[in-house]
Design a protein around this ligand. Structure first.
Ligand SMILES: Cc1cc2nc3c(=O)[nH]c(=O)nc-3n(C[C@H](O)[C@H](O)[C@H](O)COP(=O)(O)OP(=O)(O)OC[C@H]3O[C@@H](n4cnc5c(N)ncnc54)[C@H](O)[C@@H]3O)c2cc1C
Length: 315
């Protein structure tokens, strides 16, 4: 449905439009999880038809721009919404952003809820917060009753679940930065007992090392980033942690990498070139890129310039 969705693994021959639909999400409550994380819990009647596939299930949010309270789209018709949305004037067009369904549940009183964990970034000063990062800014100001729109899953088997571990593969390697930690946490919660996991999780602050629940046999290395580190230093720091580690080599591991695009690329290169991990067993996704807003990444994707997420692609 969106340019950030990879097209390599449609799980069935059901037409794509049947997999996703529009939902109206209403903020029920927010909760700070760590230095950088804010959990926003959404409800709304349309969630009765929401079907998260779990793991790293993602969805596209449409957030109000400027000082608008709620995000409305001129059309939610599957065939016409995109043109109608693109045709809206700048300054009125809701901002589209990709996020992860951290959890979907039905409460005891029958209310459907969805949690999304937002990284709050770029809001350190009022000037910075006014200038950009609309999703982070929106989350930081979210209050009960605010409504946004989303394109989300209507069936649990859909191509926005990228984590697809083949049956019989007992070992998993993971790298996630803070934007992918919600996805990594949801993946870990689903892995069965006995799965061997070696993971590196990179976060901006020591207080972002969130408690993770899993039955899997995990060995997690937390990497707390140096404040102000540039792109090259960030990637090098992560790769040096991997280089120093022993990998579960007895069996070919399934590998899942997500986070800042440059670091993800460097980690993938290390695993494939230096550690001889089969590139076809590596699922990698750039969740964001230092210095580029999601609009810029979408524009590159529309122009066919975005790097492929295909596991077989060249490094
Ligand atoms: C499939 C998928 C799932 C995702 N899931 C989540 C999730 O669950 N939680 C989450 O927080 N993010 C998630 N992201 C990442 C999120 O979409 C991006 O961080 C997005 O750019 C945030 O939008 P924004 O409006 O705040 O900033 P933008 O307007 O897109 O970017 C403005 C500036 O901020 C920079 N920037 C963007 N994100 C960050 C960051 N985290 N830290 C520092 N600088 C940043 C950009 O490089 C740019 O310079 C996901 C992305 C994808 C593709």
């Amino acid at each position: 449905m969106t340019a950030t969705t990879s097209g390599t693994d449609a799980p069935s021959d059901v037409p794509e439009t049947a997999h996703f639909r529009f939902f109206t999400l209403e903020v029920l409550r927010t909760r700070r999880l760590g230095h950088s994380f804010l959990r926003v819990t959404f409800g709304g009647e349309s969630l009765a038809d929401f079907r998260s596939g779990g793991y790293d299930q993602s969805l596209s949010l449409f957030l109000p721009c400027g000082d608008q309270e709620h995000a409305e789209l001129p059309s939610t018709d599957e065939d016409t919404w995109f043109g109608a949305w693109r045709a809206m004037p700048d300054g009125e067009r809701p901002v589209m952003r990709s996020y992860t369904v951290r959890e979907q549940r039905r409460t005891a009183d029958g209310t459907d809820e969805v949690d999304i964990d937002f990284v709050l970034h770029g809001t350190a000063t009022p000037a910075a917060s006014a200038a950009g990062s609309p999703a982070s800014r929106w989350a930081g100001r979210a209050v009960t009753g605010r409504r946004i729109m989303a394109i989300g899953p209507a069936v649990a088997e859909n191509k926005s679940v990228r984590f697809q571990r083949p049956e019989g593969v007992g070992a998993v390697l993971m790298y996630a930065d803070e934007t992918a930690l919600p996805a990594a946490a949801a993946i870990l919660e689903r892995l069965p007992a006995g799965t061997r996991v070696k993971a590196w999780f990179e976060v901006p602050h020591a207080d972002d090392r969130l408690g993770l629940h899993t039955l899997a046999d995990t060995d997690i290395t937390w990497i707390v980033r140096e404040k102000g580190a540039g792109a090259a230093e960030r990637a090098e720091r992560v790769v040096s942690e991997l280089r120093a580690a022993e990998l579960p080599t007895a069996e070919a591991p399934y590998t899942w990498l997500a986070g800042e695009a440059g670091t993800v690329r460097a980690v993938r290169r290390h695993l494939v070139q230096e550690r001889s991990i089969d590139r076809r067993a590596v699922r990698f996704t750039g969740y964001w890129r230092l210095g580029a807003s999601e609009e810029q990444l979408l524009a590159e994707a529309y122009a066919g310039k975005a790097p492929s997420e295909d596991p077989g692609s060249e490094l």
